[in-house]
Design a protein. Sequence first.
Length: 275
Amino acid sequence: MTPPILEVREIYKYFGNVIALNGVSMRLQQGEVMCLLGDNGAGKSTLIKILSGVHRPDKGEYLVQGRPVAFSSPRDALDHGIATVYQDLAMIPLMSIARNFFLGSEPTVGRGLLKRFDMAAAKRIVRDEMAKMGIDIRDPEQPVGTLSGGERQSVAIARAVYFGAKVLILDEPTSALGVKQAGTVLRYIARARAQGVAVIFITHNPHHAYPIGDRFTILKRGQTLGTFTKQDITRDEMIHLMSGGDELANLEHELREFANDAMAQQLADAIHEEV
C-alpha cells in the first residue's frame, strides 16, 4: 500500500510543566481532506506548528511519505511540499494580488541592473491559477485588501498549490467569515483536493468540517479522541465529542437548579410581600 503522505505517531510536546500534546497520532492520504477539530486549548495550534516545522516534538515520530523527518524550520517543511496558510494569510493589503501571490518568489525579466519584476508574466500566471480554482480575477493589479475574506483565502490557497504544495494546512480559514464566504472557501478546498492536494483543515466548527471532510480527527486537551469517517460518526456525535457531552449535561443540570432556586426565591419574596 502507498504510505500516507504525512503521518505523526504518538507525538508529545511540553512547554515547561504544561503538556500541550499527549500522544497524538494522525495520518493523511494524498487527495483527501482531513479535518482537525477541537475547542480552544485542544492542542490544534501546537500540532500545526509541529507539522509546519515551527516546533519540534519532544517525543514521537513524524513521517512524510513513509520517511522520518525532523524539520528545523518552516522552510524545511516547504521543501517537502508542506505549506501552511495561517489566519493572517501573510499578505500585504495595499499591494496588488499579483505582488502578494509571488511575494518572496517574484518572476523577473532582464539581467543585472535591468532585472525587474515581470508583471506581465505574473498577471498571466495569477489569472491561470485562480481560474483553476474557479475564480475569474477582475484585475491582478488591484490591491489584495479590496478582496473579500473568502477571496483572499482563495489567493493564499492557489499560491500554495502553484508553488508545489503536496500538503496544504489551513489554520481556521473560515473562523472570521460569514456563511456565504465560508461556503466559498469550502469550494476552494474541494478544488484543491480535486487537483490531488492533501488538505488538513483546522477548525472548531463541525458545521464547516462535516460537508467537506473525508476523515475527522478530534483533539481534546492535547489528546486524540479518535479519527473517524462519515460512516463512523454523525455531525451530532462529533459535536458531542468536541464539546464534552457529560460536561454539558452537568452544566445544564446546574443551570436548571439555579433557575429553580431563583424561582423559589422570587416566590418567597412575593409571599413575604403579601404577608
